[in-house]
Ligand binder design. Structure first.
Ligand SMILES: Cc1cc2nc3c(=O)[nH]c(=O)nc-3n(C[C@H](O)[C@H](O)[C@H](O)COP(=O)(O)OP(=O)(O)OC[C@H]3O[C@@H](n4cnc5c(N)ncnc54)[C@H](O)[C@@H]3O)c2cc1C
Length: 481
C-alpha cells in the first residue's frame, strides 16, 4: 500500500485542492497533516483573531475529513522536524503541498525537499508569480499591463475547478494526532463563520444571490467603495487560509461574466471584482520577485524619509481616537471585528503615513495583528500603495483628505455612527468634522468635543505640507547619494 502525506498549510479545503488531488492520484492512502508552527503562532505579525479564525477552519476541516473516512492529523513544532516524524511513522513515500510564496515558506520548503520527495502544486494564487512575466521574462511592476498579460495567459487549467473527493482513503493505521488547542478568547465573536462550507455559501450568495435584488457581483464596482454597504464579498479571510480556492472564486465570476443576458454595465462591474483577485496575484508576484519589500520600500527614493513616529499619535490611531471620525470608525471596526472595508483601509493608511508621518511599517504590523485576512503580500502591497513607496504607487503628492473621503464615501455618516457611538446624535452637517460644531449643537448632540470625543490630533492642511516636504527631502537625499 502506497501512502503519501497531504501537508496542509494555506489550503484548508477539499474542493479544488490541487495538492490533495495530486496526493489522491499518487497513492492508495493519504495522511492529511497540519503542523501548528510556533514560529508563526508566536510571531508579532499574527494576532488572536486570525488564530481563532484558523482554528475554527481547522475544526471544520477535521469534521469534513471524518465524513470522508479520514482524519486530520495535527502536530505542533518546527514543521520540517514534525513532518519527518510523520513520514517515518507512516512510511509515506512522498509529501504533497500547495506551493507558498513567502520568503519564510520558501526556506522551510527547501529544507523539507532536501529530506523527502516533496511535490508542490499550484493553488495559492490563480496564476503563479513565474507564469505572468513580460516577454523578456522579467516581472511586471505595474498592475495594468500585468493584468492584461494575466488575461492573455489564462489557460484551461486556470479555468478548471476540481470537485471535492468522495473519499480520502486512510492508511491501515493513522498516526497519532494532538487535540486542537482551544482558540484564543476574543472580546467579540468572529464576524464570519470559518470553514469551507461557509465560504462556499458566501461565494454563492455574492455571485448569484437568488432572493430579491441583484447579486452583489454585478453591481460590485458601483457599491464597493461605501463602507456602510455590504457590497463586497467579505471572502478575504477564507481566501487567506484557502478555505475557498481563489481559482474557484475567479471562475465563478468569469462564468457569470460570459452570460449573454448581462448588460455591459453589469459585466464591467463583475470584471472589477475579478481585477481584485488579480491584484491578489499581482502582490504575490511582487513579494516573490522583490522580497526586499518585506523589510522596506519598493522604491529606494523614499528610504530617507524622516518619519516623526510619535508614539502618542500612533496610539490614538490604533485606538480610533484621532478626532477624525472616518479614521476612528475604521480603526474601531478593525479592532472589534478583525476586518476593515477596503476604502477605509486606504483612508486610515493614508492618515497614518501622510497626516501623522508615521512609518508605514508600523501600520502594516498593526494590521497584521488584527486582520483575519492579514496576508504578507496583500498587506505589504496595500501599505506601500498608500505610502506611495510601492509599485504603481499613487504619486506621493496625492494625499487623501479625510474629510472629503468621508463626505464622498460615507455621506450620511452611517459607518461613522455604527463604530463611533459618541457621534451617534451629531447632525449630518458636522459628522465628518465634528470639531466645527458650535457649542449649542455639541450640547444637543450630547457630544462635547475634547471631552466625549477628541479634538483632531493633527491639522490636515499643515500635515499635508509637512509630508510633501519630507518626501521631497528623501528623494533629494537619495539622488545626492
Ligand atoms: C493598507 C491595506 C492593507 C491591506 N491588507 C490586506 C491583507 O492583509 N489581506 C488581504 O487579503 N487584503 C488586504 N488588503 C486589500 C483589501 O482591502 C481586502 O482584500 C478587502 O478589503 C477584503 O474584503 P473583501 O473580501 O470583501 O474583498 P472584495 O472586494 O470582495 O475582493 C475580493 C478579494 O480580492 C482580494 N483583494 C481585494 N482587493 C485587494 C487588493 N487591493 N490587494 C490584494 N488583494 C485584494 C481579496 O482576496 C478579496 O477577498 C489591504 C488593502 C489596503 C489598502
Amino acid at each position: 500500500m502506497k501512502t503519501v502525506i497531504w501537508w496542509i498549510r494555506r489550503d484548508l479545503r477539499l474542493t479544488d485542492n490541487q495538492a490533495l488531488h495530486a496526493a489522491l492520484q499518487a497513492a492508495d492512502a493519504v495522511v492529511p497533516l497540519f503542523i501548528l508552527d510556533d514560529n508563526i503562532l508566536n510571531s508579532a505579525y499574527v494576532g488572536d483573531k486570525q488564530v481563532a479564525f484558523m482554528f475554527a477552519g481547522l475544526q471544520t476541516l477535521a469534521e469534513d475529513l471524518e465524513k470522508l473516512g479520514s482524519a486530520l492529523i495535527l502536530r505542533r513544532g518546527d514543521p520540517p522536524v514534525e513532518l519527518m516524524k510523520v513520514v517515518a511513522e507512516t512510511g509515506a513515500s512522498a509529501v504533497y503541498a500547495e506551493r507558498a510564496n513567502s520568503p519564510y515558506a520558501k526556506t522551510r520548503d527547501e529544507a523539507v525537499a532536501a529530506m523527502v520527495d516533496l511535490h508542490l502544486t499550484a493553488g495559492v494564487s490563480i496564476q503563479a508569480p513565474w507564469e505572468v512575466l513580460k516577454k523578456d521574462n522579467t516581472p511586471y511592476t505595474v498592475f495594468t499591463p500585468y493584468k492584461k498579460r494575466w488575461y492573455a495567459l489564462l489557460k484551461p487549467e486556470h479555468r478548471a475547478v476540481l470537485p471535492a473527493p468522495d473519499r480520502v482513503p486512510a492508511p491501515a493505521e493513522m498516526p497519532e494526532s494532538l487535540m486542537l488547542p482551544s482558540a484564543p478568547e476574543l472580546a467579540q465573536p468572529l464576524r464570519y463563520v470559518a470553514g469551507e462550507a461557509a465560504a462556499q455559501a458566501m461565494l454563492r450568495d455574492f455571485v448569484s444571490r437568488t432572493t430579491q435584488g441583484v447579486p452583489a457581483l454585478v453591481q460590485y464596482d458601483d457599491q464597493r467603495d461605501f463602507p456602510s454597504i455590504d457590497g463586497t464579498s467579505s471572502l478575504s479571510g477564507h481566501l487567506r487560509f484557502g478555505m475557498l480556492s481563489v481559482r474557484q472564486a475567479a471562475n465563478a465570476a468569469l462564468d457569470i461574466i460570459q452570460q449573454p443576458q448581462l448588460s455591459k454595465v453589469q459585466r464591467d462591474n463583475a470584471s472589477v471584482w475579478v481585477s481584485e483577485l488579480i491584484w491578489r496575484d499581482f502582490y504575490m508576484s511582487i513579494l516573490h520577485h522583490f522580497p526586499h519589500v518585506y523589510a522596506g520600500n519598493f522604491r529606494a527614493d523614499y528610504d530617507k524619509i524622516d518619519w516623526r513616529n510619535d508614539e502618542a499619535e500612533y496610539q490614538a490611531w490604533c485606538e480610533g481616537r484621532t478626532g477624525y471620525p472616518i479614521v476612528d470608525a475604521a480603526m474601531r471596526q478593525l479592532v472589534q471585528t478583525g476586518w476593515m472595508h477596503n476604502r477605509a483601509r486606504m483612508i486610515v493608511a493614508s492618515f497614518l503615513v501622510k497626516d501623522l508621518l508615521i512609518d508605514w511599517r508600523w501600520g502594516e504590523k498593526f494590521f497584521m495583528q488584527h486582520l483575519i485576512d492579514g496576508d504578507p503580500a496583500a498587506n505589504n502591497g496595500g501599505w506601500q500603495w498608500a505610502a506611495g513607496t510601492g509599485t504603481d504607487a499613487a504619486p506621493y503628492f496625492r494625499i487623501f483628505n479625510p474629510m472629503s473621503q468621508s463626505k464622498k464615501f460615507d455621506a450620511n455618516g452611517d459607518y461613522i455612527r455604527q463604530y463611533v457611538p459618541e457621534l451617534a446624535k451629531v447632525p449630518k452637517k458636522y459628522i465628518h468634522a465634528p470639531w466645527e460644531m458650535p457649542p449649542l449643537e455639541q450640547t444637543l448632540a450630547k457630544c462635547q468635543i475634547g471631552q466625549d470625543y477628541p479634538k483632531p490630533i493633527v491639522d490636515h492642511k499643515m500635515a499635508r505640507e509637512r509630508t510633501l516636504a519630507a518626501y521631497k527631502a528623501s528623494k533629494e537625499a537619495m539622488k545626492a547619494n
